[in-house]
Design a protein around this ligand. Structure first.
Ligand SMILES: Nc1ncnc2c1ncn2[C@@H]1O[C@H](COP(=O)(O)OP(=O)(O)OP(=O)(O)O)[C@@H](O)[C@H]1O
Length: 375
C-alpha cells in the first residue's frame, strides 16, 4: 500500500452483501480448489454470484495467482471442483471455459489493432469476421476506446491497453471474469482513473468477477467481498468494511492499518502473549469482556513519549523503535518489544521528540480507542 492511499473503512459493499446460503448460486461461481505445486498446497473455497466482485488478497506466495490460474484452467486441480453457471468445468480445457482473463502477463498482440485484439476471441470461437469485428467495435465503445480501434498496442497508453485487454476478456462473453493485478503496471494517476472506471463497469456487468490484487485500496473500492489467502488457505472472508473493522490476522490488520492482537480477556484487561513467548503484556479495554478476543486500535491513536508521561494513559508500554517511514502526511513509526506496534505521528512530533531507530520510548493508547471483539 502506498502512503498516499487511504482506505475507506465505512462498510462499503455491506449493503450489497448477499444471503450467505445463496452465494455462488446456480449461475455464479462455486469452487473448491485444491492445487499442489511442489511443497505448496492451495486449499481454498471461492464463490461469487453474477454481478459480484470478489477480491482475493494475500501476501506474496499465498496462492492468489495459483487460484486464478486454476479457475482459468491453466493449472489442474489435485481435488475439488469448479461449478460455473451450474456447469461443472473442473476438467474443461481453458479454451472451453466461459472465462475472460486479464492477466499481467497476458499481453495484447502487438501486430494486431485494438479492434482485432478484441475480435480475436470470438473469431477463435467460430464467429465470422464481420460479426466478430462488430462485437469488438461495440466493446471498444463500452470501454471508451471507439476512437482507438485502429491503433496498435504500442500507440496506446498503459490505461488504454488495460481497457483493451478488458474488452478482449469480455468479448468471449464470459460468465466469470478473472483480473490479476489489472492495475499493477499503471502509474498513480492512471491507476486512479482506471480504478474508478472499472468500478462503474464491474458494477454494471452480470458476470462473477474474481480480482487478485496486492493493493487494499483496489480491493476496498472494487470488491463486494474480500477473501484473504495466507499460505494457501482462506484466513478471512467478508464485505470490505467488515474485514477492515474486524481483521483476524496480523497481515489483514497491517493491510488495513490497524494494530491487532489476540489475547485472553478478563474484565477490562486483555492478556496478550508477548513475542518472546514468555509472560504476557496487558491491554486495557473500555468495557468488560471475557474469553479469547481480538483487540485492535489504529496507529493514529498511539502517542509516543521519551519520558514516562504523568497522568498516565491506561495503556502504556516501553518499546523500541525499529523503523520510521513516511505515510501520507504522517510518519509511521514501527515499534517492537513485548509486541509489535505501529504509531502514526506528525513529522513535527517526530522532530520534536528527536526519535530515531533503536531508541526506547513509551507508547500510550487511551482505553477508549481500543476495540475488542470475540476471536
Ligand atoms: N511452477 C511452480 N512450481 C512449484 N511451486 C510454485 C510454482 N509456481 C509457484 N509456486 C509456489 O506456489 C506458491 C503460490 O504462488 P502464487 O504465485 O500462487 O502466489 P501469489 O499469492 O500469487 O504470489 P504473488 O503475490 O507473489 O504473485 C508459492 O509458494 C510459490 O513458490
Amino acid at each position: 500500500m502506498t502512503g498516499n492511499d487511504s482506505l475507506r473503512l465505512d462498510g462499503a459493499g455491506d449493503a450489497a452483501a448477499p444471503a450467505e446460503a445463496n452465494r455462488g448460486g446456480d449461475k455464479g461461481l462455486d469452487a473448491r480448489l485444491v492445487v499442489d505445486r511442489g511443497a505448496f498446497r492451495l486449499e481454498a473455497g471461492l464463490r461469487a454470484r453474477p454481478g459480484e466482485v470478489v477480491a482475493v488478497l494475500g501476501p506474496n506466495g499465498s496462492g492468489k495467482s495459483t487460484a486464478l490460474r486454476a479457475l482459468a484452467g491453466l493449472e489442474s486441480l489435485s481435488s475439488g471442483r469448479i461449478l460455473l453457471g451450474g456447469r461443472d468445468i473442473t476438467v474443461a480445457p481453458a479454451e472451453r471455459r466461459p472465462v475472460g482473463m486479464v492477466f499481467q502477463d497476458y499481453l495484447l498482440f502487438g501486430h494486431l489493432s485494438a479492434l482485432d485484439n478484441v475480435a480475436f476471441g470470438p473469431r477463435c470461437a467460430g464467429a465470422g469476421r464481420a460479426e466478430a469485428r462488430a462485437l469488438a467495435a461495440e466493446l471498444l465503445e463500452t470501454v471508451g476506446l471507439a476512437d482507438h480501434a485502429a491503433a496498435r498496442p504500442r500507440a496506446l497508453s498503459g490505461g488504454q491497453a488495460q481497457r483493451v485487454a478488458l474488452a478482449r476478456a469480455l468479448a468471449v462473453r464470459p460468465r466469470l471474469l478473472l483480473l490479476d493485478e489489472p492495475m499493477a503496471a499503471l502509474d498513480v494517476h492512471t491507476r486512479a482513473s482506471v480504478r474508478s472506471w472499472l468500478r462503474h463497469r464491474l458494477a454494471a456487468l452480470d458476470y462473477a468477477t474474481v480480482l487478485v490484487t496486492h493493493d487494499p485500496l483496489d480491493a476496498m473500492v472494487l470488491a463486494d467481498r474480500i477473501t484473504v489467502l495466507e499460505s494457501g488457505r482462506v484466513v478471512q472472508e467478508g464485505a470490505p468494511g467488515e474485514v477492515a473493522q474486524h481483521p483476524r490476522t496480523g497481515y489483514v490488520a497491517r493491510l488495513v492499518g490497524l494494530n491487532l492482537y489476540r489475547g485472553s480477556a478478563q474484565g477490562t484487561r486483555v492478556r496478550v502473549p508477548v513475542s518472546d513467548g514468555f509472560g504476557a503484556a496487558e491491554i486495557s479495554l473500555p468495557q468488560r469482556w471475557e474469553g479469547e478476543v481480538f483487540v485492535a486500535f489504529p496507529p493514529r491513536a498511539v502517542a509516543l513519549y521519551r519520558e514516562r508521561p504523568d497522568g498516565t494513559p491506561r495503556n502504556l508500554w516501553r518499546l523500541r523503535i525499529d523503523g520510521v517511514e513516511r505515510f501520507g502526511d504522517q510518519v509511521r513509526v514501527h515499534l517492537v518489544g513485548a509486541f509489535p506496534l505501529l504509531a502514526d505521528i506528525t513529522p513535527e512530533a517526530l522532530a520534536e521528540l528527536r526519535l530515531a531507530g533503536g531508541m526506547e520510548v513509551w507508547a500510550g493508547v487511551k482505553a477508549t480507542e481500543v476495540r475488542c471483539y470475540p476471536a
